[in-house]
Design a protein around this ligand. Structure first.
Ligand SMILES: Nc1nc2c(c(=O)[nH]1)N[C@H]1C(S)=C(S)[C@@H](COP(=O)(O)OP(=O)(O)OC[C@H]3O[C@@H](n4cnc5c(N)ncnc54)[C@H](O)[C@@H]3O)O[C@H]1N2
Ligand code: MOO
Length: 427
């Protein structure tokens, strides 16, 4: 006996033919553009993507300065033709310039100016001699080794010129980029806002971790896992409470989020079950349910919800299926929203540690660990656990997915396969 409210919605949305992984990824990404641009304080832009070209407002270095603690020497005192024959040279010390200090006057031949690293060198400086190559005098200084012309002088603008574009739109803000932005005087920068992703688990059997289980109940693993994957990929995860299998419950739970979410991720309720709230609620609301020729992750859904057209991806409920589907479909979508190029993800070629079999007609993504290559060699990929999509224990031991193409049903040990990395580079 069917429970009320389900039958029609489910049977109306039964999927037809299977899509390829690429077809489904293209469908999920279709119409999705980089997120809105906002201005952020530079330290808060770490990990985000620049939405503007950045031109420098200053020269770097900003002025000619010393690369060493030592003495600025006049060009005429360097004896560039035969410096070894000229030493020792004794010069009158006419100035003492710390970093942040300003030279009193231009340097003239026969005099030296004591300078610290980063201090401006006086006009007329031909080179700087490090203090170790002198007697360190403060009134007069004996120079034991004459530097080559221009030695240890950092010239104004040799690194960055005023007006030069130093960073282009699309650049990821790394710590070094934070350094450059700050160094050229930028306190704020325009970036693509990180996507706000609502993560929602569905299923009458689900109980949050930390609460006791009743008969036939399990803890919600997908919600926290997908939220963590979103954060790792650069999104802002908003975890919504578990939605029970009651018609209307999912739409009601999503409604408050449709005003500001950039993406909705649900898990479970997309296969052929009689009480699948995801299909029941979303099939008539702009979401398409399909089969994709992959394992795990066959049942999938995607579409847009609400007046703002918020993208929604409905992932299958088995934890490994949800995880694999996240990496194959959602990670590229998050990259697109962040303003990054969306590709299939970081893939390396590796040799199988053991033989395997695979179902015909479905691309298989097997949980695995990548073992680094000996110098210059090929890395090895070792499977963890079996292909069962309920195997959460093995999933947590994996750091990669070994990809077996649709038309391959068996591979010997040593065969080369593509391996999609799920750890390391988070995006
Ligand atoms: N008759 C058919 N049955 C199934 C098919 C099919 O083609 N015909 N496909 C199977 C495949 S493949 C998959 S994958 C699953 C996907 O099912 P759903 O997305 O509808 O998910 P549920 O049935 O609700 O749950 C599946 C499984 O996962 C557990 N689960 C769900 N949510 C969570 C969570 N948040 N944390 C931990 N575990 C969760 C749930 O208890 C089930 O055991 O359908 C097959 N069936
Ligand atoms: O497609 Mo399911 O995800 O194989 O278990």
């Amino acid at each position: 006996m069917a429970r009320p409210g389900y039958r029609r919605a489910v049977s109306r949305s039964l999927p037809v033919a299977a899509r390829t992984v690429e077809e489904h990824r293209a469908a999920v990404l279709s119409g999705v553009v980089a997120g809105p641009v906002e201005e952020r304080a530079v330290p808060d832009a770490l990990g985000l993507v620049l939405a503007e070209d950045v031109a420098s407002a200053v020269d770097l270095p900003a002025f000619d300065n010393s690369a060493m603690d030592g003495y600025a020497l006049h060009a005429d005192d360097l004896h560039a033709d035969d410096p070894a024959a000229a030493v020792p040279v004794t010069l009158r010390v006419v100035d003492d310039v710390p970093a942040g200090g300003v030279p009193r006057a231009a340097l003239v031949a026969g005099t030296a100016s004591r300078v610290m690293t980063g201090a401006p060198v006086p006009e007329g400086t031909g080179a700087v001699v490090p203090v170790e190559q002198t007697d360190a005098g403060t009134e007069r200084v004996r120079v034991d080794v004459l530097p080559r012309p221009a030695a240890h002088v950092r010239r104004r603008g040799e690194d960055v010129r005023t007006g030069a574009v130093v960073l282009t739109a699309g650049t990821v803000v790394t710590p070094a980029v934070v350094g450059l932005l700050s160094g050229v005087g930028r306190a704020a920068v325009r970036v693509h806002r990180p996507p706000r992703v609502v993560v929602l688990s569905t299923g009458a059997e689900l109980i949050p971790a930390g609460q006791p289980l009743g008969p036939a109940q399990i803890h919600d693993a997908n919600g926290p896992m997908l939220a963590a994957a979103v954060r790792r990929a650069g999104g802002v995860a908003v975890t919504a409470p578990v939605v029970a299998d009651r018609p209307g419950a999912l739409l009601a739970a999503l409604e408050p989020h449709l005003g500001d979410a950039d993406l909705v991720l649900t898990s479970a309720g997309v296969s052929e079950g009689a009480y699948d709230v995801v299909k029941a609620d979303l099939a008539g609301a702009g979401v398409t349910f399909v089969r994709v020729a992959m394992q795990p992750g066959k049942p999938q859904g995607h579409g847009v919800l609400g007046p703002r057209g918020v993208p929604v991806v409905t992932l299958p409920g088995n934890p490994a299926s949800a995880f694999v589907s996240f990496h194959v479909f959602v990670r590229p979508l998050l990259r697109r929203l962040l303003g990054l190029p969306d590709g299939p993800g970081p893939v390396v070629r590796a040799a199988l540690a053991e033989p395997l079999t695979s179902p015909a007609g479905r691309r298989q993504l097997l949980r695995a660990r990548l073992e680094p290559a000996a110098a210059g060699g090929t890395p090895t990929v070792r499977l963890v656990g079996g292909p069962g999509s309920h195997l959460l224990g093995a999933l947590a031991l994996s750091d990669a997915l070994a990809v077996v193409p649709e038309d391959v049903t068996a591979l010997p040990a040593g065969a080369l396969v593509d391996v999609l990395l799920t750890e390391g580079d988070p995006r």
